[in-house]
Write a protein that binds this ligand. Structure first.
Ligand code: SF4
Length: 302
């Protein structure tokens, strides 16, 4: 049996930057506690690894309990709304901003559009940390939608409108929403209404949609695929969906204990891949686990 790890999988550029920053802060903090506000990334195995080095994950309501002024509070890759930075400042906390630069750029673009009077529409998940951050830069006044139906129901076509996307959503669905909204805007222009502008900014992250073709090829070249990711990873869900379309024998696992040996019956090629927040070291452990478990099984059979 040939087991291979997808060479385009592993941390994306933004997650590498975030994790490097966390490692650096942990290394330079001898006595003081290092906190992170919410999960640093959406991967429980990587969180465990960093927590073993001293990182402590806290919630927003726990911020006020930090008493040691030397403690550091890291802002995770998904970013935070301005209200969080203000709160930390009011509490006199020492903040280290590890927001992914692409997420930061998205926040900046949205703020600029909002300040210029655009109605802001975001294709994304309203409870996702990145969208909470985005919503904060436009005073909670953006319209968050997940489908064409929702867009047509919620968007006010009498206003100039700018459509953005959360970085980790699916490209095809974004384009469908864009097309539907463009059609509506045209109707209003023909009718002489006030809506003079509709702009759609594809702010999907290239480190997610740029993997789609390679992922499809990798999935089709294997008999089964193990897709390793945190269950709450947004890009994990999108990439898994693409993988499963290319190869229905794709299994989503968060932990290697979920591997079922029955999946490997009669199989020659096994592929291992994951989300942009799946560490390379964990995919290697998954590979080792399959190799050792299957060879032990063979010894027992013989
Ligand atoms: S997927 Fe893209 S936006 Fe998200 S952390 Fe990675 S580089 Fe940044």
């Amino acid at each position: 049996m040939l087991i291979s790890i997808d060479d385009s999988a592993g941390f994306c550029w933004g997650v590498v930057k975030t994790i490097d920053k966390v490692e650096e802060v942990l290394q330079n903090s001898t006595d003081e506690q290092v906190y992170v506000l919410g999960d640093i990334i959406h991967n429980p195995r990587e969180i465990e690894r960093l927590e073993a080095k001293g990182l402590k994950t806290i919630t927003h309501s726990e911020l006020k309990n930090i008493t040691n002024e030397k403690s550091k509070v890291i802002i995770r890759a998904h970013g935070e709304p301005p209200s969080t930075f203000k709160l930390a400042d009011d509490l006199g906390l020492n903040v280290v901003d590890a927001t992914c630069p692409l997420v930061q750029a998205l926040q900046n673009r949205i703020k600029k559009a909002y300040d210029s009077g655009y109605q802001i529409v975001v294709y994304g998940k309203k409870d996702h940390a990145e969208v909470i951050g985005i919503s904060g830069v436009c005073n909670g006044e953006c319209i968050v939608i997940k489908s064409v139906e929702e867009a047509l129901e919620k968007v006010d076509f009498s206003r100039k409108t700018m459509l953005f996307s959360q970085t980790t959503m699916e490209k095809q669905a974004f384009n469908e929403i864009k097309n539907a909204l463009e059609g509506k805007v045209k109707d209003f222009i023909d009718g002489g209404d006030v809506n003079e502008v509709f702009i759609a900014k594809n702010t999907l992250c290239k480190y997610v949609y740029g993997r789609e073709d390679k992922l499809q090829e990798f999935a089709s070249n294997n008999d089964i695929v193990l897709f390793v990711a945190g269950r709450n990873s947004s890009n994990g869900k999108s990439l898994y969906h693409i993988c499963r379309q290319a190869n229905p024998n794709t299994y989503f696992i968060e932990d290697m204990e979920e591997i079922n040996l029955d999946w490997f019956d009669g199989i020659e090629r096994v592929g291992i891949t994951g989300a942009t927040s799946t560490p390379q070291w964990y995919m290697e452990k998954v590979k080792e686990k399959i190799e050792t478990t299957l060879s032990k099984e063979l010894v027992e059979i013989n």
